[in-house]
Design a binder for this molecule. Structure first.
Ligand SMILES: [Mn+2]
Length: 269
């Protein structure tokens, strides 16, 4: 479909997306669609938790926009984009298809992507490292607003505790300790992922899972986390020269500087 109101799509070599969580209310399908319509890629990696089968098994939530995301991806596959789907833990049943292709989409348990500069990157969802970080995963979902709510909840809790004759107990202090755990969780996860790439003799790792977009050198390899489309709306993008960078697509017109530069160049041409 032609869209005369849109600028030509930006052409890149590879795009890595994960944690779309289609099938949940939190999924930012509008931003995903805007991104997919704005960018043309030779290779599209779906790095897990794309369709949240886990959530869908508890109750169906599936608006039209979520179908449109899948249709747009299938459309790209049909028009020559190589689509590689590496299922995660929320779309774990699809791991059964690993090693097979359906409708131009290849399923792999993990994959080694080679950049235009010859860097070999291990691509996997990341739940593989849950065992290395143990137990404190739920807390990583804590938002800062919860901290404010907890101040009030703590007040009420202590009113009850006082009435029952228990000593004062600070929910906020307790949470702070937990948030410290969340930071340690992220650090441990990142190190475990980087270590896996290093152990395999690769130059880096590309994963998702923890909803923390990041590109950094760790353990002597390149650690890339493509983030998520629930909170951050980020994609890891490899340009035609083989450079990897994070693009933030959270708001219309507020994508990365790189993106602005590309659009500016096109407008000037
Ligand atoms: Mn996950």
């Amino acid at each position: 479909m032609s869209r005369p109101d849109r600028p030509d799509p930006i052409k890149v070599r590879s795009v890595f997306l994960s944690d779309l969580h289609l099938g949940t209310r939190e999924c930012r399908a509008d931003r995903i669609l805007d991104f997919l319509h704005s960018v043309d890629m030779e290779q599209l990696y779906l790095v897990g938790d794309v369709i949240d089968l886990w959530s869908l098994s508890k109750g169906i939530y599936w608006p039209q926009s979520h179908s449109n995301v899948l249709r747009t991806i299938l459309g790209k596959a049909k028009q020559g984009t190589r689509v590689i789907y590496v299922p995660g833990n929320h779309d774990e049943p699809l791991r059964e298809f690993c090693g097979h292709s359906f409708g131009n989409i290849e399923f792999h348990r993990e994959y080694v992507h080679e950049t235009a500069r010859g860097m070999k990157m291990l691509v996997l969802h990341g739940d593989e490292f849950d065992g290395a970080v143990k137990g404190i995963r739920w807390i990583s979902a804590l938002g800062t607003h919860l901290y404010d709510i907890s101040l009030r909840a703590g007040y009420r809790l202590n009113t009850v505790r006082n009435a029952l004759g228990f000593p004062h107990w600070s929910l906020v202090t307790w949470l702070k300790g937990r948030v410290g755990n969340a930071v340690r969780y992220v650090e441990r996860f990142e190190r475990a992922a980087a270590h896996a790439a290093r152990r395999s003799g690769l130059d880096g790792v590309i994963c998702g899972h923890i909803h923390r977009p990041e590109v950094a050198t760790l353990e002597g390899v390149l650690y890339c986390n493509d983030g998520d489309w629930v909170e951050h709306c980020t994609a890891l993008v490899e340009d035609r020269s083989g450079e990897l960078e994070l693009w933030n697509w959270a708001q219309p017109g507020h994508a990365s500087e790189h993106l602005h530069a590309s659009r500016g160049l096109r407008a000037a041409a």
